[in-house]
Design a protein. Structure first.
Length: 155
């Protein structure tokens, strides 16, 4: 089961947000919270709030759908910072000219998932449904087409 949270239109460049998100990818939730608490980047506080929101979403969905979710086993499955719309601004320049620059905005998405004791992702059963075993699909090998011979050019 995956639990998501999004933060949109955050006034920080996606490049700077990705620096912080790389620190917490793949870590347990508690470890990620500690990392964010001691990171000296302005965006770390916003990512910490987003992580807390994803954790609250996990608690809410667990209580609504009667799913057993152990908060201790949750980890950050993915953390993505995408571009948002850019704000175009003008800065005064020498000799009456004007320079244009862009203020970047980012959309951040955080996904939490539950990891089992042996490090594998956990599949949940809801309402007594039995999960069908996954079968590996194999397709028949594709035969290569024989190359045709070139015809001699007529003179």
């Amino acid at each position: 089961m995956e639990f998501r949270a999004e933060m949109r239109y955050l006034r920080v460049s996606p490049q700077k947000a990705r620096l912080v998100l790389e620190l917490i990818k793949g870590r347990r939730v508690e470890e990620a919270r500690n990392t964010l608490a001691f990171t000296k980047k302005r965006v770390a506080a916003h990512v910490g709030k987003l992580l807390q929101s994803a954790l609250d979403n996990a608690n809410f969905l667990a209580s609504e759908k009667n799913i057993d979710v152990e908060i201790d086993n949750l980890y950050v499955k993915s953390a993505i910072a995408n571009d948002g719309p850019r704000m175009k601004r003008i800065r005064p320049a020498p000799q009456g000219r004007a320079y244009r620059y862009q203020r970047r905005i980012s959309h951040i998405e955080l996904v939490l998932a539950e990891r089992g004791r042996n490090g594998e992702a956990v599949a949940h059963r809801v309402g007594g449904e039995k999960a069908a075993p996954a079968k590996a699909k194999r397709s028949a090998p594709v035969a290569k087409k024989a190359a045709g011979k070139k015809k001699a050019a007529a003179k």
